[in-house]
Design a protein around this ligand. Structure first.
Ligand code: ZN
Length: 183
């Protein structure tokens, strides 16, 4: 049965769909385009900079993002750190990153009220198919690279809860418990 995009809502932890490994999409159909558009609307409505399909209840390897410019970081080099508007990534794949790990604070629309530092490589390359059906590859740093890796984790059922430095897991303990008890 085709997905009704208007029925899609942002799912909150501990919804089991957030722990599901998403499957590759066979192609960019009208259904995929309609879902991606709905996800962009939901991302904007929630003031998010990224949203992955499992976060709206679909086990699809697809995410959308809109990473704004403005943040300057010490590691900034020649690569973009913002997305220049909305981008849709279908069946994305990340390259093996070079260099070490850096801490940076992350939040998640599926984990309201929870923020904490996660270690990730600061520069990475992503390959995906766009909404126009064409493959593309980009290398990014800073917030953009961070967002790619956060959204990719969603496609594998991984949440920032799993990767947060222990001190932040402790800090967010009550908020996590509140979410778990709200279902
Ligand atoms: Zn998230």
């Amino acid at each position: 049965m085709p997905v009704d995009p208007s029925s899609l809502r942002v799912r909150l932890y501990p919804d089991p769909i957030l722990r599901t490994k998403a499957r590759e999409l066979a192609g960019v159909t009208d259904e995929v385009i309609a879902v991606a558009r709905r996800m962009i609307d939901l991302m904007r409505a929630h003031d998010g900079i990224g949203l992955a399909a499992p976060q709206v209840g679909l086990d699809w390897r697809l995410f959308v993002l809109d990473v704004p410019p403005g943040e300057r970081r010490s590691t900034e080099g020649p690569n973009p750190t913002a997305s220049r508007g909305v981008v849709v990534y279908i069946n994305p794949v990340l390259s093996a990153p070079a260099g070490g790990l850096e801490p940076y604070e992350e939040g998640c629309l599926s984990l309201p009220g929870i923020r904490g530092d996660v270690l990730r490589p600061p520069t990475i390359t992503i390959s995906a198919t766009g909404l126009d059906g064409k493959p593309f590859t980009q290398t990014g740093s800073g917030l953009l690279a961070r967002c790619w890796q956060h959204e990719m984790d969603h496609l594998d059922g991984v949440l920032i809860l799993d990767k947060m430095l222990p001190v932040f897991r402790l800090k967010n303990r009550q908020a996590i418990r509140d979410l778990e008890e709200s279902v």
